[in-house]
Design a binder for this molecule. Structure first.
Ligand SMILES: [Zn+2]
Length: 312
């Protein structure tokens, strides 16, 4: 009996088989198609309250295994994602796809590499290059700082398999087609069309109900990415942040970007500075004012747009 108690105590201390205080709390995976699940993360920026977890990890269960997309911001988030996968299937993870270089989407690779070191970790070649060139460390430090150290212990597992525009691969009878719009949200973006499922993973080229940074992106490139996404014959569109829905979330986000950019261009042509055009642009974006992060990001977005207009 004492031996059993010691074993149980050891299991508890080692955190095996159970979520410890240092783990990300469970967020339920929602089935959005026959073989596809999405975990819709909280909408805010990484914080102690959300344990750094705020993106939309997803997984597709194929005949041979599981294909994971964007397993979160830390090893802790990745373990949480794996716990949700285990509620659906015992199959091994065969592939992990990362939509872009921003660390809230891919630092969770660590958890999957620990358990499935033979899985293929895939991303845009410029995502791989950027992560190796300093973005991995930058994002690791940023999320550590924003979460008060919650995500500490995470190791960047940078993808090694590049995927490019119009590339397809099949896994367990499911076709994954890659779209790689140049310089859109981050310059390292892929979108993933899961053909038989009628699902398109948009990465951060589309957000729904939340705004994030555009500092690594391009308004014109991101608008073009939205147009491409809207032309994909899919029924279910999974944004990088916010609720999964139909094509209307793609056109809504395109509208946000294009109204902001075109109004900024018209105001710029009248000789206005970015702070002088803010109210005019805000008045045209009324339907987006309630989005998470609007106040923080809207002014910054105008700054990015004006730089892009100046460079035209
Ligand atoms: Zn991003």
């Amino acid at each position: 009996m004492r031996a059993l108690a010691i074993v149980l105590l050891w299991l508890h201390v080692a955190g095996l088989g159970t979520a410890t205080a240092a783990e990300v709390r469970d967020h339920a995976a929602e089935q959005v198609a026959a073989r596809t699940w999405v975990i819709h993360g909280p909408l805010g920026d990484p914080s102690p309250a959300n344990q750094g977890f705020m993106n939309n990890p997803a997984f597709v269960v194929t005949a041979d295994g599981v294909v994971v997309i964007d397993p979160g911001s830390s090893v802790h988030a990745g373990r949480m994602v794996l716990r949700q996968i285990r509620k659906v299937t015992d199959k091994p993870v065969t592939h992990v796809l990362n939509t872009h270089v921003h660390g809230d989407h891919w630092l969770g690779n660590h958890a999957f590499h620990d358990v499935f070191p033979g899985a293929q970790f895939m991303a845009h070649p410029l995502m791989i290059e950027g992560a190796r060139g300093g973005q991995a460390k930058r994002w690791l430090d940023l999320i550590d700082q924003l979460t008060g150290g919650f995500t500490r212990g995470t190791r960047p597992v940078i993808p090694t398999v590049p995927v490019v525009e119009d590339q397809s691969f099949t896994a367990g009878g499911v076709t994954f087609r890659i779209l790689a719009p140049p310089k859109a949200h981050s310059g390292t973006d892929i979108m993933i069309h899961v053909v038989e499922e009628g699902v398109l993973f948009l990465g951060d080229n589309v957000m729904n109900g939340r705004l994030g940074g555009m500092g690594d992106g391009s308004f014109r490139g991101n608008i073009a990415a939205c147009e491409r996404a809207a032309a994909v014959p899919a029924k279910i569109f999974v944004p990088g942040h916010g609720r999964t829905a139909g094509k209307e979330i793609v056109t809504a986000y395109r509208d946000y970007l294009s109204i902001l950019f075109e109004t900024a261009r018209a105001e710029y042509d009248k000789g206005k500075q970015d702070y002088e055009m803010k109210e005019t642009i805000r008045a045209k974006l009324g339907r987006f004012v309630g989005w998470e992060g609007f106040d923080l990001n809207f002014g910054r977005h105008i700054g990015v747009a004006v730089l892009e207009i100046e460079a035209l």
